[in-house]
Write a protein that binds this ligand. Structure first.
Ligand code: PLP
Length: 275
């Protein structure tokens, strides 16, 4: 990614997400990523977590009306080009975002965050059904393997299972689906579903445990590129996947556990990615 020489004046992106005080994931990762792309970031906080690279110690969901008041305050004043959701916490808050999204005149990217990389739950049990209700408002939904199984109720054992699950998300109303399938045969695999076709996108798998925030950064790069006016979703997603590979490669082992991916722009791209 090139360092932006100036901010694009009207490139405003909104994240509706949880706070990660370690700065690796959640709204902190989103805002850092927006900033790196020269995109102005606004943020509505849904939950406060107490966590570090070793694990999540506490999760406190903010009252839904406080989430909505933040959203109203931002939208009464600013015109985002695009918004994304991260960890939303409760079914009540997801339903409230769904209700509010009826009047969004910009695309919404739904990253259906359910658990942290340590396996700690970040949503209540009834959130899955609420996420299904939100899908008709999603321009793009970005589930990982676990979230795809939860949202569809399909155990993903074969490629056919994955195709059926992606199909089901389209049926539930999501315009585009980006399934983050994880590591397959030494590669990291993503599948972009348009409703008409599924395109597999492979990227290099790096041998590191420092992947905290990778999902947040992926959906934030996509959001930032849309805020910058890019419209070719396949190219946007290819670029975002590549950017996350660079972020994972450049991770600096901050902390004692699963460290965050690198959100700063570093000069060196890994040789393995330049071909
Ligand atoms: N949002 C918050 C507030 C989190 O704490 C986490 C993970 O800990 C996430 C989102 C998802 O992080 P990742 O991008 O690693 O999936």
């Amino acid at each position: 990614m090139n360092r932006p020489t100036e901010y694009r004046p009207n490139a405003i992106a909104l994240t509706i997400a949880g706070s990660d005080p370690s700065g690796g994931a959640g709204l902190q990762a989103d805002l850092k990523t927006f900033q790196q792309f020269g995109v102005y970031g606004a943020s509505v906080v849904t939950m406060i977590t107490a966590q570090n690279s070793l694990g999540v110690r506490r999760v406190e969901n903010l009252p839904t009306d406080l989430v909505l008041d933040q959203l109203d305050a931002v939208l009464d004043d600013f015109q985002p080009v695009v918004a994304k959701t991260g960890a939303l916490g409760t079914a009540e808050t997801i339903d409230a975002i769904h209700q509010a999204a009826q009047r969004f005149n910009f695309p919404l990217i739904v990253d259906p965050v359910m658990v942290s990389k340590h396996g700690d739950s970040l949503v209540s049990d009834d959130a899955v059904a609420a996420y299904r209700r939100l899908l008709p408002k999603a321009f793009l939904v970005t589930p990982n393997r676990f979230e795809l199984e939860k949202l569809t109720g399909i155990a993903l054992n074969t490629n056919q299972d994955v195709a059926k699950a992606i199909h089901d998300l389209h049926q539930m109303g999501a315009r585009f689906v980006l399934a983050k399938m994880g590591h397959i045969d030494g590669q990291s695999e993503h599948i972009l579903g348009s409703g008409k076709e599924n395109i597999a996108i492979q990227s290099k798998q790096f041998d590191t445990q420092n992947t905290h925030g990778a999902g947040c950064v992926l959906s934030s790069v996509i959001t930032a590129l849309i805020a910058l006016g890019e419209t070719d979703l396949k190219r946007i997603i290819q670029r975002a996947i590549r950017q996350v590979s660079i972020s994972i490669h450049n991770t600096q082992a901050i902390g004692k556990g699963r460290g965050p991916v690198e959100t700063r722009v570093l000069a060196n791209e890994p040789d393995e990615l330049t071909s």
